[in-house]
Design a protein around this ligand. Structure first.
Ligand code: MG
Length: 160
């Protein structure tokens, strides 16, 4: 069986006047991610992980922020498109593990919705998606609530 692993990472500033998007889910908060698209830091890390595992570059290769057509793009659509590229290249996703680092708000109440949203974008079962959230213990820009960071690891299997 041919397997490939990929990792993704992203960080965005948190600013007032923007929606906080996590894994395609809008989370009530007084700040949201700055960014060219909807700024969904978790989905950007997941997108990089699946593209990276397939050796297909990264989110910036396929959806460049310099291209006006991606302004305010919905990151769920970007991830779906990336997963379609991965599928066409002959790969399917076995599982995904991701971690969000933010000081607040608490993610636990939104955990199920985030997992369902990501699983839906990847076309895999919820049981194959893991989502964890941690704080930065008050350290750095993430710790002061001025930034949000995400990491993801994805495993792909060659389709028979
Ligand atoms: Mg990003």
């Amino acid at each position: 069986m041919s397997l490939r692993v990929g990792q993704g990472w992203d960080l965005h500033r948190l600013v007032e006047g923007r929606a906080l998007m996590v894994g395609g889910v809008r989370i009530p908060h007084d700040k949201g991610e700055a960014g060219h698209s909807d700024g969904d830091v978790l989905l950007h890390a997941v997108t990089d992980a699946v593209l990276g595992a397939a050796g297909l570059g990264d989110i910036g290769t396929h959806f460049p922020p310099t291209d006006e057509c991606w302004k305010n793009a919905i990151s769920r659509s970007l991830l779906r498109s990336a997963m379609e590229l991965v599928r066409r290249a002959g790969w399917e996703c076995l599982n995904l593990d991701c971690t969000l680092v933010l000081e607040r708000p608490r993610m636990w109440p939104h955990r199920d919705e985030v997992i369902s949203s990501i699983a839906d974008c990847l076309g895999i079962d919820r049981s194959a998606v893991s989502f964890k959230a941690k704080t930065a213990e008050g350290l750095g820009e993430v710790g002061s609530g001025d930034a949000i960071e995400a990491m993801a690891v994805c495993l792909l299997k060659r389709r028979d």
